[in-house]
Design a protein around this ligand. Structure first.
Ligand SMILES: NC(=O)c1ccc[n+]([C@@H]2O[C@H](COP(=O)([O-])OP(=O)(O)OC[C@H]3O[C@@H](n4cnc5c(N)ncnc54)[C@H](O)[C@@H]3O)[C@@H](O)[C@H]2O)c1
Length: 279
């Protein structure tokens, strides 16, 4: 469900949003929610995603500029930060919503990884957050009190077999968020990860067994799986001044999945399955 009421929580704030590919992208939904709440921002994605995606449409809808950037290339990240500051002024918030595993794309199982590809997974999905933050600090691009959010997944803490080397990438991503959060706190700058439940997006659906992971999480989570729009609203609260003492956290936005052991629904379904087997 999309939140239509605007609370102007981000009135006058300037941001940078990575990772909007198409309407389903979590970053796309975050951009719309940030616009609704009064922010202005730069949109960015990899050159190939800009060529084949629909980012111009979102840019028009939100009155934003688009700057292309491959997040694994520090020089491109530094240029992007310059362009974002030049257009809107220093940044109050950044959304890192970037993830990609060439090993998953090629169907390489965890015990048979290609290490060159694993390096790319880590560069794109995790080390890029370090690059974004290092370049932002180097260029003095962040306002005091700024808020940085990177999107993570519970694969960082628990093993999801089909998530392959992305489990490792998310663990590293969360660690980088903590380490930078510790260093930037003196300026009131917050760095957090939001661990989102399974969401039907291009990256999500690209994972083998995604439908099973989605259905399982839906049945286990007391509140059900969170949508991309609900994730966007949560990100807005973290970008706003209403969460100014929250930093270095991995915040689960998963309908309760991470804490629930088993649900009545799963017990019922497993009992039915067992009964059917005995017949
Ligand atoms: N969909 C889910 O179930 C789910 C759950 C938890 C966390 N997440 C995370 O949310 C974030 C956004 O993913 P999404 O589900 O919205 O899918 P998405 O496919 O819409 O977004 C992933 C983005 O990463 C971008 N990207 C890939 N390589 C890049 C590069 N080299 N440089 C710059 N950008 C690059 C893609 O172009 C794309 O826009 C990712 O970090 C993902 O791991 C997704």
């Amino acid at each position: 469900m999309t939140q239509n009421t605007s609370y102007q929580l981000l009135k006058g704030k300037k941001g940078l949003i990575f990772g909007a590919l198409d309407e389903r992208s979590i970053a796309w939904r975050v951009a719309l929610a940030c616009k609704r709440e009064g922010a202005s921002f730069t949109l960015t994605n990899a050159p190939i995603a800009i060529r084949f995606g629909a980012l111009d449409q979102l840019a028009e809808e939100t009155g934003s500029q688009v700057v292309s950037c491959d997040v694994s290339d520090y020089k491109q990240v530094a240029k992007l930060i310059d362009a974002a500051v030049e257009k809107n002024g220093k940044l109050d918030f950044i959304l890192h919503a970037v993830g990609m595993s060439p090993n998953i794309r090629k169907g390489n199982e965890y015990s048979q990884l290609n290490y060159k590809l694993m390096q790319q997974t880590l560069e794109i999905s995790a080390i890029s957050l370090h690059k974004v933050l290092q370049a932002s600090v180097e260029k003095e691009a962040l306002n005091d009190g700024a808020s940085i959010v990177a999107l993570s997944y519970i694969g960082a803490q628990r093993v999801f077999s089909k998530y392959s080397d992305m489990n490792d990438a998310k663990a590293l991503l969360e660690s980088i968020a903590r380490n930078f959060g510790s260093r930037l706190g003196k300026r009131g700058i917050r760095v957090n990860t939001v661990s989102q439940g399974p969401t039907k997006t291009s990256a999500g659906s690209g994972i083998g067994g995604f439908d099973a992971m989605y259905d399982f999480a839906e049945k286990l989570s007391p509140l059900g799986n969170p949508t991309a729009d609900e994730c966007a609203d949560y990100c807005v609260t973290l970008f706003s001044d209403l969460s100014r003492k929250v930093t270095m956290q991995n915040l689960f936005h998963d309908g309760g999945f991470s804490t629930n052991g088993i649900s009545e629904e799963l017990i019922f379904e497993l009992a039915e399955l067992n009964a059917a087997k005995k017949q």
